[in-house]
Design a protein around this ligand. Structure first.
Ligand code: C8R
Length: 248
């Protein structure tokens, strides 16, 4: 039983809530709205922090629903200007390096993505505190945990808002650069709108041969998902990390 009470708290298999979660959310929100995107319409960080807390506090940490996050996401929808959107899968650090050098944006460059990046959070029924000891793990405890559902809904909204040409940075050092079980594969690719054009970049570790290419079976699978939605597709492969960052 994954819910043996220890100190009256359930013991899950994932990391507990990040220490000072509320303080970090408030501070990141202030930094984002005042320094990173001061041009964006003024947002009430206290209201955003409170809306974030009320999505999961006092609730069963395995019963998160998309609806729990609607009001929070509506306060700060994850939209970016047309043609500047970048998705990634198993290439987080590289994708962030890439967008820094261009006028492009990942989900972590939107307010909610920036607030939540790298944090962990969950509550428990009958308590107004965060569980700092443990939170449910996607594989070992439950898929409908608050962290997983957050990234799924936010990513879904991010993909739905895509327009014109968007890019995805994929890991060409993996045997399957496209993973249909990843958030990019399950949530983002299937939610792109018709007429959007997706450019995939397969980037492998510098100094090693690539392990997957645009003609491999994983990319063919991605292409078939996009064909079904009338999304145009272009694919570039055989780029080392250095070549990719220099050319871009
Ligand atoms: N996206 C998903 N997950 C994100 C994330 C994000 O922006 N930011 C963080 N920190 N995470 P992966 P993927 C966390 O397997 O599944 C969006 C979550 O805990 O390498 O294909 C983004 O727009 C999540 O479980 O990638 C991007 O395009 C892992 O990191 C895809 O979805 C996901 O790591 C990436 O999701």
């Amino acid at each position: 039983d994954c819910c043996t009470p220890i100190k009256k708290l359930c013991w899950w298999h994932g990391a507990g809530s990040t220490a000072d979660f509320q303080k970090i959310i408030q501070e990141r929100c202030d930094t984002y709205t005042q320094t990173i995107r001061p041009g964006s319409r003024s947002r009430n960080c206290q209201a955003i922090r409170q809306a974030f807390m009320s999505t999961f506090i006092s609730k069963d940490p395995c019963k998160a629903t998309k609806e729990d996050y609607n009001s929070l996401i509506n306060l700060a929808p994850p939209t970016v200007p047309c043609g500047q959107q970048v998705f990634w899968s198993k290439t987080k650090e590289l994708a962030h390096e890439y967008v820094k050098r261009q006028r492009l944006m990942t989900l972590e460059d939107t307010l909610l993505g920036y607030l939540a990046d790298g944090l962990s959070w969950c509550g428990e029924p009958g308590s107004s505190d965060l569980n700092i000891w443990s939170c449910p793990d996607w594989r070992k405890d439950c898929r409908t945990n608050y962290l997983s559902v957050f990234w799924e809904v936010l990513s879904e909204r991010f993909a739905e808002s895509a327009c014109s040409t968007v890019r995805v940075v994929l890991n060409g050092s993996l045997e399957n650069a496209f993973d249909s079980m990843s958030i990019f594969g399950r949530v983002e690719a299937p939610n792109l709108r018709p007429q959007v054009e997706l450019e995939a970049w397969l980037v492998h570790d510098t100094g090693k041969p690539p392990s997957d290419s645009c003609s491999g079976s994983s990319i063919r699978k991605l292409k078939s998902i996009l064909d079904g939605r009338n999304v145009k597709f272009r694919c570039m492969d055989n780029l080392s990390r250095d070549q990719f960052l220099q050319r871009s």
